[in-house]
Design a protein around this ligand. Structure first.
Ligand code: BGC
Length: 813
């Protein structure tokens, strides 16, 4: 649809109609307008799956690996296929706009949403994000690049004022968004934070560079609830306020235009963008029958399984992996995460997955008929109890696995009763007159002793166990963070001693109070075993096995939206567990199940250390493929991992007086480590495969003209015994620069496959942008002529070759 046709539509709308389009009609829908045959457009989080409009455990989603795992792929073709999968999930759920990808950076290892971002490097983030966007949008679904910009940590996230220089913004934090716009992204989401004193929904950065310099022709949508006033965001280039209804724009924006505070053209421009988006999404004109969407198939599971293996990063291997199942008779699988892995991070990104293959199930399936698998959980993680799930409890009325959800009126009369599958009810149904949500269940009491029970939500809540009230109080809502209000409200716990094996009858109630969300989460945990005994049992199992797979990881209490991490420890007794089992059996593979970096104090003791990130629903099948050599662990670190948090050069994510200074400037991630001449545990780009490589001759053009791209050719040979994939990386440096520079910066990569013994050539394309820097004086990009150092390596810390490249001024005519 041409802009002329869109202008004709615009002429059919009066001011009130136009302004109505600029706020959400519901939490997840834009407004429709019959006068121009515009239907509502449906949005959904993202990024690791498409939840759809409801937080409802009965409407499951395909769950992909989280973004840090996708950042570890270094494979844009596969990433684009994952984008296609998100688009087909969107179609299945009637979603037009996926709120993904997240293009913020791993500025510090403590970032709470680290799992949701790809990398610490702007170039890798931009390339990965662009590939995902292409994959989503090729299928006709809109992608949303978020959260524009410098929304890289969670502390005080609704209001923090990030102080960052223009050059650092352009070269580091804006760069991935520029790549997204180049890839043709249809929406950009403005974050909650401020940058240099202005909240992002009213920031001048929305106009420049986003809309003018980069030519973004799509819609800028606010993060949910990020709009705080009418006029400033309207004057800035924000287009759509979400969620709705009753956002700050509606009547107030009409008034602001009538009073001459906001020009009518500004509103027209926003509506024009919205209509352009609608045209792209076929949301204009007579309703078209939707294609019958495909259900998740075997191919989907295969793709996810392949992705888990391709993104797994083998940090170290002392000849233990791959395991040869023919040589095994007993395998010990140890750790709580082996049977209950963490497959996704917490917060708005969460989906109800359609069935997870756990590491334990995946390993058992692979070893069935070959070796005995012994599972020992080891010490508990020492975290608050988990929400009720149907494996543990039943509906007291029907006896079915799950819980009973009831809505009661002020007199306690039942208005509605539903069987549900989870104690985590984020959106109980809305029924007029309902005052109380009640969740009840009969919990199987396989262990006697002191149980812990919990309820989360806001307002007045109570919890009773076998008719005894164990918790009753008022829990006021003290936050304006929607993720906390609606998704992760704090859990309040109480203990009760259970003396019999009869089912425990639990009843939790929450009064519904306006503006405090509707979420109610009910949790229970049996008495925990004494850590020393659990540890001893794990050691015994390790000692009697031919190989040990110990799975450790973080929990929803550490890696989640809405707060940063306090440290990088695994938590509980997990470090002691790996120390002990590795000492008991040298053939111990430590599998790390986290979205971001953790300290691995036992890393030199384990036979192999393998990262699976938050791997999504095919966690166990992909892991088993890697462990038993059906697939090579293909991932490379998208982010540098410190041995200890104290070593990391950039760790501050706590604002001081509301401000967070990005005082490290250009130097984040590996750049900062190299500048400080410190050695991390594992560098950006690191990752072993199952074969070995010999690097040979490197070809770099001796000179290029300013503004040109160039290629680096690298000869290499697979010197191992099996086929493999190698990720050849190119870095640049500029030792005698007239401007401040990172010690080195990532410029490009190429992945090659080769059979055992085969020689091949990797051709790395280095874009012209890798040679430019932002000049604040000139307000533009500059490329400094002169000699650059070109480096080829296997990671930012393992450079195998370096040479020089002369950048010349174009010859005068
Ligand atoms: C998050 C966004 C998300 C939105 C809608 C916000 O709190 O920051 O990433 O898309 O909620 O759920």
């Amino acid at each position: 649809m041409t802009d002329d046709v869109i202008d004709l539509m615009l002429d059919k709308l009066d001011l009130t109609q136009k302004v109505r389009l600029l706020s959400g009609a519901t939490t997840w829908r834009t407004a429709g307008e019959p006068a121009v045959e515009l239907r509502q457009m449906v949005m959904s989080d993202g990024p690791a799956g498409v939840r759809g409009e409801a937080w409802d455990e009965r409407r499951t989603s395909v769950l992909l690996p989280s973004a840090s795992a996708i950042g570890a792929l270094w494979d844009e073709e596969l990433t684009a296929r994952l984008g296609g999968l998100l688009a087909s999930e969107a179609a299945r759920k009637g979603v037009d706009i996926v709120l993904a990808p997240t293009l913020n950076l791993h500025r510090t290892p403590l970032g709470g949403r680290h799992f949701e971002c790809f990398s610490e490097d702007p170039e890798l983030t931009g390339r990965t994000g662009a590939a995902l966007i292409r994959g989503i949008q090729e299928a006709g679904t809109a992608a949303t690049a978020k959260h524009y910009v410098a929304n890289d940590s969670e502390s005080e996230r609704m209001h923090v004022d990030v102080r960052v220089s223009e050059r650092v913004l352009r070269e580091v934090y804006l760069a991935p968004f520029e790549a997204a716009v180049d890839a043709g992204v249809w929406l950009v989401m403005a974050g909650y934070n401020s940058v240099n004193g202005t909240t992002m929904t009213a920031s001048a950065l929305l106009a420049e560079p986003l809309k003018s310099d980069w030519g973004f022709d799509g819609v800028v949508v606010s993060d949910w609830g990020a709009l705080r006033s009418a006029t400033a965001p309207a004057l800035a280039a924000l287009d759509l306020a979400m969620p709705g209804p009753q956002g700050p724009w509606e009547a107030e924006l009409v008034r602001a235009v009538q009073d001459g505070l906001v020009p009518a053209e500004a509103v027209d421009d926003k509506v024009r963008r919205l209509l352009r988006l609608a045209a792209r999404l076929h949301a204009l004109g007579p309703r078209r029958p939707r294609r019958t969407p495909a259900s998740p198939s075997r191919d989907t599971r295969e793709l996810l399984r392949r992705t888990v293996a391709a993104g797994s990063v083998l940090l170290s291997n002392r000849g233990v992996l791959p395991l040869d199942r023919a040589a095994l008779s007993t395998v010990a699988v140890i750790g709580v995460h082996a049977a209950t892995p963490r497959v996704q991070g917490g917060g708005s990104a969460g989906v109800f997955d359609s069935g997870t293959v756990t590491p334990l199930t995946g390993i058992r399936a692979r070893l069935r008929g070959h070796a005995r698998v012994v599972h020992v959980p080891g010490p508990s993680l020492g975290v608050p109890p988990a929400p009720l799930d149907p494996d543990r409890c039943s509906n007291p009325r029907s006896g079915q696995p799950g819980v009973l959800l009831r809505l009661l009126d002020a007199a306690g009369q039942e208005l509605l009763a539903e069987h549900r599958l989870s104690g985590r009810q984020l959106e109980p149904p809305v029924v007029p007159g309902a005052r109380t949500v009640e969740i009840s269940a009969l919990i199987r009491a396989d262990t006697t002793g002191e149980w812990t029970f919990g309820v989360a939500g806001f307002g007045r809540m109570s919890l009773s166990i076998d008719d005894l009230t164990v918790l009753d109080g008022e829990f006021p809502c003290t936050t304006d963070d929607p993720a906390v209000v609606h998704v992760t409200p704090p859990l309040h716990t109480a203990r009760a001693t259970i003396r019999t094996h009869r089912p425990i009858r639990l009843v939790a109630r929450r009064e519904l109070v306006p503006d405090t969300g509707r979420a109610v989460i009910v949790a229970a945990a049996p008495p925990q075993r004494e850590a020393a005994a659990a540890l001893a049992e794990a050691v015994e199992a390790a000692r009697s096995a031919d190989a040990v797979i110990v799975v450790v990881g973080t929990t929803e209490h550490t890696e989640t939206e809405g707060r940063d991490r306090a440290d990088l420890r695994l938590g509980g007794h997990q470090d002691a567990l790996v120390h002990a089992v590795a000492a008991a059996n040298p053939r111990t593979v430590a599998v790390v199940n986290s979205g971001g970096p953790v300290e691995l104090p036992w890393r030199d003791e384990a036979g192999a250390v393998l990262l699976t990130w938050f791997p999504g629903q095919e966690a166990g099948s992909g892991l088993a493929d890697v462990l038993f050599g059906l697939a090579e662990p293909g991932g490379r670190l998208p982010t540098t991992w410190a041995a200890r948090l104290a070593d990391a050069p950039v760790t501050r994510s706590q604002p001081a007086g509301g401000r967070l200074d990005y005082e490290e400037g250009l130097h984040i991630g590996y750049r900062a480590w190299a500048r400080a001449e410190r050695e991390p545990a594992y560098w950006f780009g690191h990752g072993e495969g199952y074969t070995t490589w010999e690097y040979g001759a490197v070809r770099v053009p001796p000179q290029v003209t300013r503004g040109s791209a160039f290629t680096v050719g690298v000869q290499l040979r697979n010197t191992g015994a099996r086929a493999g994939r190698e990720v050849v990386q190119v870095y640049l440096a500029r030792p005698d620069s007239a401007v401040e520079r990172p010690a080195l910066w990532f410029a490009g990569y190429a992945a090659v496959h080769a059979e055992a013994g085969e020689a091949t050539t990797a051709v790395v394309d280095v874009p012209a942008r890798a040679l430019r820097h932002w000049s604040e004086e000139a307000g533009t990009w500059r490329t400094e002529p002169g000699t650059y150092r070109v480096m080829v390596g296997r990671s930012a810390g393992r450079i195998l070759w370096h040479g020089e490249l002369e950048v010349r001024e174009p010859s005068a005519r």
